[in-house]
Design a protein around this ligand. Structure first.
Ligand code: 8GT
Length: 133
C-alpha cells in the first residue's frame, strides 16, 4: 500500500482560517482540506508547503508553528500529514486546482465535510486556540 507524506497549511489571517475544497477530479473529490501537497525527495517540508501554496492558491505565507504529524489509513493508501500553522501575507488567492476555497471563523470549520485524515489535525488546531483563549 502506498504511503505518502504530505504537508498541509492551516492559514490564518485576521482571525479567519483558509479551507479549500478538492475538485471533483482530484482524489477524495469535493472533500475539504488544508491545502498543501506531497513532499518531494530531499525537500524541506516548510519549503514544500510554501511552494504548494504558491502553486495552488498564488498565496504567500509565513510559517508560524507546527502540529504533530498525523497518519491516516485510507482504503487504498496511507497518508501522513505534516500540519503547519501559517500566516497569509495577503487575503486574496487564485484557485489553480481546487473547486473552491474560503476564509472561515474557526468555529465554523467543524461543519465542513473534511478529508478523513484532516479530522485529528482540525481537532488539534482547535485545541491550540482553546488554550490561547
Ligand atoms: N494537500 C492535502 N492533501 C490531503 C489532505 N488530507 C488528505 O487526506 N490529503 C490527501 O493527500 C494527498 C495529497 O495529494 P495532493 O494531490 O494534494 O498533492 P500534490 O499537489 O503534491 O499532488 P500531485 O503531485 O499529484 O499533483 C491526496 O491524496 C489527498 O487526498 C490535506 O489536508 N491536504
Amino acid at each position: 500500500m502506498p504511503h505518502i507524506h504530505v504537508t498541509c497549511a492551516i492559514i490564518e489571517r485576521n482571525g479567519l482560517v483558509l479551507a479549500a475544497r478538492r475538485s471533483a477530479l482530484m482524489q477524495l473529490p469535493l472533500k475539504w482540506e488544508f491545502p498543501g501537497g506531497k513532499i518531494r525527495a530531499g525537500e524541506d517540508p516548510g519549503e514544500c508547503l510554501k511552494r504548494e501554496i504558491r502553486e495552488e492558491l498564488a498565496l504567500e505565507i509565513d510559517i508560524a508553528g507546527e502540529l504533530s504529524p498525523a497518519t491516516h489509513h485510507y482504503p487504498d493508501f496511507i497518508v501522513t500529514l505534516y500540519p503547519f500553522i501559517c500566516k497569509a501575507k495577503t487575503s486574496g488567492f487564485k484557485l489553480a486546482e481546487h473547486a473552491e476555497a474560503a476564509w472561515f471563523p474557526p468555529g465554523e470549520l467543524t461543519g465542513l465535510d473534511w478529508a478523513e485524515a484532516d479530522l485529528p489535525v482540525l481537532d488539534a488546531y482547535l485545541a491550540t486556540l482553546e488554550r490561547k483563549s
